[in-house]
Design a protein around this ligand. Structure first.
Ligand code: NAG
Ligand code: NAG
Ligand code: NAG
Length: 969
């Protein structure tokens, strides 16, 4: 209630704010009611119905306990947001040339908009922004109605209605549904809102992004000098800043000339209340003391006269500016150079009246290409490459290794995602050495920025609730982006495709200016599904393949390239590649045996396969692969409400495992037992089975052990894919499924919902290093190889050593070796067959383990890497009580000593309410290592104060565990 009245008062008391041309709808007194009016609570913008019901105390936190189930009634109701706009109308100056635009940066999803009794629009696409000229509605309210109303229809009911229309197609049932069945392909809404195998299904609704009244009027010089009442005659509601090399045509896939000048291609969507026959745009980069001449633009017609004088639709104007190649410094991913950004200043001059408007945005200069054509025969012969097509990225003309992860939505409720939360996830990715994130196509088009200083919208105002691409630009991490289509058949009705095309154009244009953008993929995993359906001979099955071709090969390809000339487009995330890039012809099953095309995934939930190299894909690029794990005990504490819930297969825990999905609204997920067993089978096979006299400790060790196993199997795959850079497959990419979590549940993530790093995230921090030393063990032939792999563009040399230890911590033998690794390649340092030749004399596989490390010189820097290997399952290792002692140093520094035997997977937990990571003295992440007697380890906890509820944690609340604690209290 407080907020309800507070907001209303604020608008009334601040005439200065209200006099400005930008009036945020968040300042209106909103109310939210359900269909029959039995619930009426204060509403807000940006928000979603669940969040306002939570704030009003009608429901408890949706992520608590089994609320995903008990709060389903919200999805079955229809929610209406209403606000009296009188407080806004009062502030409007009276002027005959004035126009008021109602601007929504996002509406989730199906809603009727009514203003002062006049219908304004029916909207149906969460991924579009909407601009309506509402001047007439405001000027002539019906009766005394001064309400702005958005009546949302439940997306679930809307979908059911749409899918049963007489003109609606039906689709084969091939298991593409998670919870809410059969509707998501009919709605342009976050696909995982209807359920996914790593998250809940809340199907929210509301105005989930900022929204405004923006009033345009002719400026007079007197008004313009009054800073509190900035009137503007224009709104720039969309922009595209596309930077590429002169002569480049992204659609052809032909490499740009790196020495050619840069072309900065600016397009602006201008709504203007004045006609400007000869406007111009001047572009400048102050840091480079570089400025264009005024570039002439298209005339702006103004609103015209009479009843059709609406400025809902913008006029697009375009200008090109050429900059010599040598002037700007290039943007590189952080691990290959500096992510250099410049402020670009845009001055739009309307001519005549002498009015000009300057605004800014940040841009970077880079070329990005997706190489998909055939490897030339000469290269195949010279480098020993398996014939077939390339599939990798090149930045600024150079091939590089893509190291990264996949991201999913950051919260089930978009409106409450915070800048701090997202920045932490992206920063954590960078901290672990990643240079690429894949923005998965079942979620959202990620936003640009909340920083009004860095938008290309004018007048400046925040257009989103959190920043994504601007953070990627700044931190130097590439973002492979996707249109929102995932694991489903998508109908080709015109009414849907028109909406899709507009959505795609808006988002491609918006994201062009971000140097971090790496590619657009049409969607996620659909190519494989339609190909499979066609091969399985479902009735009419080639029809679905044809429809896929129409949408993803033809339509979206053309729409994407109509809006960008800097970023490549492919039809699908996981693909068998192309027969031709230009025109685009998808390869599907058109393959020559023995050749390699496209990219791959790997999901194998059979525990015995976890480390079997022959089950890993031999591919140019592995764009998703994963294994699920439990969240930590700390995350369970946030959502479990009864002591009985704290066990591996309790009903609440099982209800938060959606793998494999229910495929219906059945609750709790009847298939969860399979997902739970995959984790427990793997732990039992590869680690000491947790079981102690303390049930909470046993549960905590179970949760943690699933994370240790996840980290181990992902590590061995990552090592193999990176090794592929120097093998015939020429593998140049590995993106782990997945980076972040949407709730506290069972998932494939490396970072939990709170921001807490799982074991996998620390392991990624070792295997994503530029120069790595890895063991490759083939149990069937008892073969051990040790290789050094480098992703550097220069050749790298250094020293490696490896030592066999027993579990008491005695070093049995050590080998030293120097190495040189060519560009993006390997050096095999050791190869031996037969355990009796490999193991130190007279030892058994269960009694020993191998420690490996290296020091390498990369440019001016010295880099190190460390790995561990056991020739037998740790379940059978003859572990010795490590008797770990911890000493607290200054700050949150901890020194760990093993006073007994070796402690495999020694791990520190930070207390609940804290977010951060443990680092060694160089600042590099360190946790989850083998602690050896006599070799103490010191780590410091780097606290993220913005995200931590507990700002000064007590050192004694930090917990140390190792595999020993699986079986010992
Ligand atoms: C919400 O609207 C749908 C029609 O789309 C209707 O079938 C449903 O009964 C409504 N829900 C409630 C609680 O009124
Ligand atoms: C305006 O909205 C309020 C709050 O929902 C409502 O009580 C009032 O009846 C509405 N006015 C009109 C004219 O519909
Ligand atoms: C939206 O308006 C249309 C046309 O007036 C109407 O048929 C539909 O029921 C309305 N939907 C909602 C959710 O109010």
């Amino acid at each position: 209630m407080g907020r309800f009245f507070g907001v209303a008062l604020l608008a009334g008391l601040l005439p200065a704010l209200a006099r400005a041309s930008v009036f945020s709808l968040s300042e209106l007194p909103w109310s939210l009611k359900n269909q029959n009016g039995s619930i009426v609570v204060p509403g807000s913008v940006p928000s979603q119905a669940h969040l306002d019901l939570l704030k009003a105390g009608v429901i408890t936190e949706p992520l608590l306990g089994i609320n995903e189930f008990t709060e389903r009634w919200i999805v079955n109701d229809n929610w209406t947001y209403t606000a009296d706009i009188s407080s806004f109308v009062k502030t409007l100056p009276k002027s005959s040339t004035q126009k008021t635009l109602l601007v929504f940066y996002g509406i989730d999803t199906i809603a009727n908009i009514t203003l002062a009794g006049h219908p304004i629009a029916w909207v149906n696409n969460q991924f579009q922004q909407y601009v309506f000229d509402v001047s007439d509605a405001i000027a002539s309210p019906l009766g005394k109605n001064t309400n702005l109303t958005l009546s949302f229809e439940s997306a679930w009911y809307y979908g059911l209605n749409a899918s049963t229309r007489p003109d609606a197609e039906s689709f084969p049932a091939v298991g593409v549904d998670f919870e809410y069945v059969g509707v998501r392909n009919w709605i342009r809404k976050v696909q995982s809102d209807f359920g996914w195998d790593w998250g809940p299904a809340f199907v929210p609704s509301g105005i989930h992004k900022p929204a405004y009244f923006i009033t345009l009027s002719e400026t007079t010089s007197a008004e313009a000098s009054d800073a509190q009442s900035i009137n503007t005659p224009i709104l720039v509601s969309q922009s595209s800043i596309d930077i590429f090399k002169q002569g480049y045509a992204a659609v052809t896939g032909v490499a740009p000339n790196q020495a050619a000048p840069w072309i900065v291609n600016v397009s602006l969507a201008v709504h203007s209340v004045v006609a400007a026959p000869r406007p111009s745009l001047t572009l400048s980069i102050p840091e480079l003391k570089l400025s264009s001449k005024p570039i002439s633009l298209h005339a702006l017609p103004g609103p015209g006269k009479g009843s059709n004088a609406s400025i809902s639709s913008p006029t697009w104007v375009t200008a090109q500016w050429s900059i010599p190649d040598s002037i700007p410094e290039r943007w590189f991913p952080h691990n290959l150079g500096t992510p250099k950004l410049y402020n670009l200043s845009l001055t739009l001059d309307l001519g005549g009246a002498g009015q000009s408007f300057t605004f800014q945005t940040s841009v970077g200069f880079r070329t990005i290409q997706l190489m998909q054509t055939r490897y030339p025969d000469a290269e195949v012969a010279a480098r020993g490459i398996t014939p077939g097509d390339q599939w990798h990225f090149e930045v600024n003309g150079k091939a590089f290794y893509s190291l990264g992860t996949n991201i999913i939505p950051f919260d089930p409720f978009y409106a409450r995602i915070s800048d701090e939360q997202v920045r932490w996830v992206i920063q954590s990715a960078v901290q672990s050495g990643q240079n690429m994130l894949r923005v998965w196509g079942g979620g959202v088009y990620q936003p640009s920025t909340t920083s009004v200083a860095l938008t290309a919208n004018f007048p400046q105002h925040a257009t989103d609730v959190y920043s994504f691409y601007s953070v990627c630009d700044e931190l130097g991490i590439l973002a492979w982006s996707e249109f929102i289509f995932s694991d489903d058949f998508y109908p080709l009705n015109d009414w849907l495709i028109d909406s899709v095309n507009e959505e795609v154009v808006q988002n491609v244009r918006r994201i062009n200016k971000h140097a971090s953008t790496a590619q657009w993929a049409g969607g996620n995993e659909i190519e494989g599904i339609v190909q499979q359906v066609a091969e399985d001979g479902f009735p009419g099955s080639t029809h679905y393949l044809d429809e896929f071709v129409t949408l993803f090969q033809d339509d979206l390809h053309d729409v994407a390239y109509s809006a960008t000339n800097s970023v490549p487009y492919t039809d699908c995330s996981t693909t068998h590649g192309v027969l031709s890039v230009d025109p685009l012809i998808i390869r599907f099953g058109n393959a020559t045996p023995g050749e390699i095309y496209g990219n791959s995934e790997r999901y194998d939930y059979s525990a015995p396969d976890a480390f079997t190299i022959s089950t890993f894909p031999v591919s140019r690029f592995v764009n998703e692969f994963g294994f699920h794990s439990m969240p930590s005990f700390y995350s369970w504490e946030e959502v479990l409400q009864s002591p009985d819930d704290f066990s591996f297969n309790s009903e609440v825990v099982m209800s938060r495992d959606h793998h494999p999905p229910a495929g219906s609204l059945a609750w709790p997920n009847p298939n969860a037992i399979q997902g739970q067993e995959q984790m427990s089978d793997a732990v039992e096979l590869w680690l000491p089975t947790p079981g102690t006299s303390d049930s909470n400790q046993t549960f905590a060790q179970w949760c943690w052990s699933t994370q240790v196993f996840q980290a181990m199997t992902m590590y061995s795959q990552l090592a193999f894919y990176r090794l592929g850079a120097g093998r015939p497959e020429n593998n140049l990419g590995a993106l782990v499924w997945q980076l972040n979590d949407i709730w506290q549940g069972v998932s494939w993530s490396s970072i939990e919902y709170s921001g807490r790093w799982k074991v996998l995230h620390y392991v990624e921090s070792t295997i994503f290093q530029p120069v790595v030393i890895n063991p490759f063990w083939t149990a069937a032939s008892e073969t051990l190889e040790i290789a050094v792999t480098s992703d550097r563009w220069e050749s790298v040399s250094g020293q490696a050593q490896w030592t066999w230890f027993n579990w008491e911590g005695k070093a049995l033998n050590t080998t030293h070796k120097t190495f040189t690794v060519p560009t993006l390649n390997n050096s095999i340092l050791y190869q031996e067959v037969g355990l009796s030749n490999i193991l130190p004399n007279g030892t058994a596989a269960t009694d020993v383990w191998l420690h490996m490390n290296l020091t390498a010189h990369v440019g001016q820097e010295t880099v190190t890497n460390e790995q561990f290997f056991t020739p037998a399952s740790l379940a059978n290792a003859t572990l010795v009580d490590p008797r770990i002692e911890v000493t607290h140093g200054p700050g949150l520094t901890f020194t760990l000593s093993a006073k007994g035997g070796v402690a495999p997977w020694t791990w520190l937990d930070h207390p609940s309410g804290t977010v951060g990571f443990f680092a060694d003295k160089t600042g590099h992440p360190l946790n989850g290592f083998y602690l050896v007697p006599g070799a103490d380890r010191t780590v410091t906890f780097q606290l993220n104060a913005a995200l931590s509820r507990v700002k000064t944690p007590n050192p004694s609340d930090f917990v140390v565990r190792s595999l020993w604690n699986n079986t010992h209290v």
